[in-house]
Design a protein around this ligand. Structure first.
Ligand code: MF3
Ligand code: CO
Ligand code: CO
Length: 254
């Protein structure tokens, strides 16, 4: 069953979503060659607590840290560590807050130092695919329309869509129904209704779509070692379209 949120519930959930978005803005200046992902984790952790919220990843199904930090060929669920970021790396930071019981979930791919052309193009395409998907979200559209628009945009560019992870309903729970696939067919799947809240979070690989999970049981990496990029927003289906709950008007670039 897909839970429909009331306008009042959305007012509360929006606060959490906006805080998660603020964390991504706050952390950007710290992302430089030489910083460790543990240091980035700790700065985000303290900021979230200082704003009356808690970081949802910490201890979620045993995840040991407060944010996910996924570098280069890491697709998602990278565990912050003493690894130092290097010039030319790309790093995705995925932030999920819980504020007054409501979750807000957003992530972004950052460039460390000077962006490499290939990485820049991959990240741009991933961000554009997310925006194209957001543009089709309205009551009456099908869930499959979202995946189709992402797949039909990135595959002709030579990129591939990760199949094993998807977007998800979100609210009082981190992950609820429905599953939001990033590939699919238009007109397929459940019909969208006002009050639904879910994420869209395409993971797009430069090479093949296949992945493996590292020995830490969390980090997903591309099987062929190619770069992977991701962007994520939390959305609310409104009467005639959608609201991007994790977008900070005027302050963010996605
Ligand atoms: N934030 C991720 C998502 O977008 C989930 C992370 S689960 C964790 O769904 F345990 F790794 F934190
Ligand atoms: Co998510
Ligand atoms: Co997330």
């Amino acid at each position: 069953m897909i839970d429909l949120k009331t306008d009042e519930e959305i007012n509360e959930m929006r606060q959490s979503c906006q805080l998660a978005a603020e964390v991504l803005v706050m952390i950007e200046p710290y992302i430089k060659p030489g910083v460790t992902t543990q240091e980035l984790n700790d700065i985000c952790h303290e900021y979230i607590l200082a704003h009356g919220a808690t970081p949802a990843p910490l201890n979620y199904k045993g995840f040991p840290k407060s944010i996910c930090a996924s570098i280069n060929d890491e697709i998602c669920h990278g565990i912050p560590s003493e690894r130092k970021l290097r010039n030319g790396d790309i790093v995705n930071l995925d932030i999920t807050t819980i504020l007054n019981g409501w979750h807000g979930d957003t992530n972004k791919t950052f460039f460390v130092g000077a962006p490499r052309k290939q990485a820049q193009k991959l990240a741009d395409a991933t961000r554009t695919s997310l925006q194209k998907a957001i543009d089709v979200v309205r009551p009456g559209a099908h869930l499959g329309d979202i995946g189709a628009v992402i797949q039909n945009y990135v595959e002709p560019l030579g990129y591939s869509v990760v199949r094993e992870f998807c977007g998800h309903g979100i609210g009082r729970n981190f992950h609820e129904e429905p599953q939001v696939l990033h590939f699919g067919k238009p007109g397929h799947g459940p019909v969208l209704q006002k009050g639904m809240t879910f994420t869209i979070e395409p993971m797009i690989n430069l090479g093949q779509p296949h992945l493996k999970i590292l020995q830490d049981n969390w980090t997903a990496v591309t099987l062929d070692g190619s770069l992977s990029a991701q962007y994520e927003h939390t959305l609310y289906v409104t009467a005639n379209g959608c609201e991007v709950l994790t977008r900070l008007d005027g302050k963010t670039d996605f």
